[in-house]
Ligand binder design. Structure first.
Ligand code: GLN
Length: 196
């Protein structure tokens, strides 16, 4: 509906997937996976609600549609949202609590390497993954701060806070792999989405 969807399209296609923009509930038919991009979570949920997508998307993800959420997408999925707009509604499916723009004014946007666990990589082809996980360039732009985690697997921590979590077939990131030329996380997502 809004945000960095073109960048995800480019990354997913680079990772070998076919893509479709989801603008109506019919667009959900037959998908193996969905990306909730970065952007502005309040605008996204408002638009999704307006076109009648909020409930169908919630159902699809609850029923196991593989989901990659980045930044605002993570906020849209989160069970609790602090510092959201009044009555900011989300999907409430991911068992975390986030604070919008929680990295504070001077740190609103920054880049930092992130160590990601639980990703096998591709037999060393990408170079950097070893037993410590994947060393990934993290681009953070007015990112949500994860303040609570429930029944999720924390895949990466930065400065004492989770920045990548997984819950079943949902992967949610505070940072933006689609704004880098590094396709490893998108490839991993395509692999997850196509194995069912
Ligand atoms: N701060 C934005 C929000 O609240 C998220 C920023 C982003 O997606 N880069 O939705």
């Amino acid at each position: 509906m809004q945000g960095a969807f073109e960048e995800h399209v480019r990354a997913l296609e680079g990772a070998g997937a076919r893509t479709r923009l989801v603008r109506t509930r019919e667009d959900l038919d037959g998908l193996d996976g969905i990306v909730l991009p970065g952007g502005e979570s309040t605008t996204m949920t408002m638009l999704m609600e307006r076109v009648g997508l909020l409930e169908p998307v919630r159902e699809a993800i609850r029923d196991g549609l593989a989901t990659l959420a980045t930044c605002a997408g993570m906020i849209v999925l989160a069970r609790e949202i602090t510092d959201g707009m009044a009555e900011q509604k989300g999907l409430g499916l991911l068992d975390i609590g986030v604070r919008r723009n929680g990295y504070g004014r001077q740190l609103q946007s920054f880049e930092s390497p992130v160590q990601i666990d639980g990703i096998a990589g591709e037999d060393g082809k990408d170079g950097k993954e070893g037993k410590d996980g994947l060393d990934f360039p993290g681009v953070f732009i007015r990112s949500p701060l994860v303040e609570r985690t429930g029944d999720v697997k924390v895949m990466a921590i930065h400065d004492g806070h989770p920045v990548a979590v997984r819950q079943g077939r949902i992967v949610a990131l505070c940072f933006h792999p689609e704004l880098t030329s590094d396709l490893r996380l998108h490839r991993e997502f395509v692999r997850m989405a196509s194995s069912r």
